[in-house]
Design a protein around this ligand. Structure first.
Ligand code: GDP
Ligand code: MG
Length: 172
């Protein structure tokens, strides 16, 4: 058995400030801060979870903020099994970035990478800027799952990662 028989690499991608680091810290450490979220010491955090009676390990990779300088290259995601593409539901331009990441991932990693699109900050729904039907139709058209999350209120995160893990297991 190779080292990753029981483990998967998942990358977080999305525009700066959409909540990638917040999602990771909430999901792995149960923490959230409303103030500026610092980047992590490590480039990824691990979390174990049970999928179909198996214990698997997700290594969830976060950027160090390079996305702000358009400097996030294939070395970050080339060997990923899955990607959580995050946008902020109150910021339409962050949704446009998701479509760019989908094209790049499908082109460079291929059809086999499992993609979940997360509309984060659903606690701010009254300021929603991305229409729901547009987001869901788009996700369907690129064979991705769509979920709503709130790192702040801890909503949707267990579901998002469990669904991703389940699809990655089925693919392997
Ligand atoms: P990143 O640049 O994508 O890693 O985004 P951060 O995790 O640094 O978050 C950017 C800002 O959005 C911070 O002020 C967070 O507190 C805030 N934030 C993250 N997730 C949520 C959320 O679900 N709801 C709300 N209201 N704010 C959030
Ligand atoms: Mg960050």
């Amino acid at each position: 058995m190779g080292p990753r028989d029981n483990g998967f690499k998942v990358v977080l991608l999305g525009e700066g400030r959409v909540g990638k680091t917040s999602i990771l810290l909430r999901y792995v450490k149960g923490e959230f801060s409303d103030r500026q979220v610092s980047t992590l010491q490590a480039s990824y955090l691990d979390r174990r979870l049970a999928v179909q009676d198996q214990s698997i390990q997700l290594s969830i990779w976060d950027t160090a903020g390079q996305e702000r300088f358009h400097a996030l290259g294939p070395i970050y995601y080339r060997d990923a099994d899955g990607a959580l593409l995050v946008y902020d539901i109150t910021d339409y331009s962050s949704f446009n970035k998701v479509t760019k990441w989908v094209r790049e991932l499908r082109q460079i990693v291929g059809a086999e990478i499992c993609i979940t699109i997360a509309g984060n900050k659903i606690d701010l729904e009254k300021h929603r800027a991305v229409p729901e039907d547009e987001a869901l139709d788009y996700a369907r058209s690129v064979n991705a799952t769509h979920v709503y999350t709130s790192a702040k209120q801890n909503k949707g995160l267990d579901h998002a990662f469990l669904d991703l893990a389940d699809r990655m297991c089925k693919r392997r």
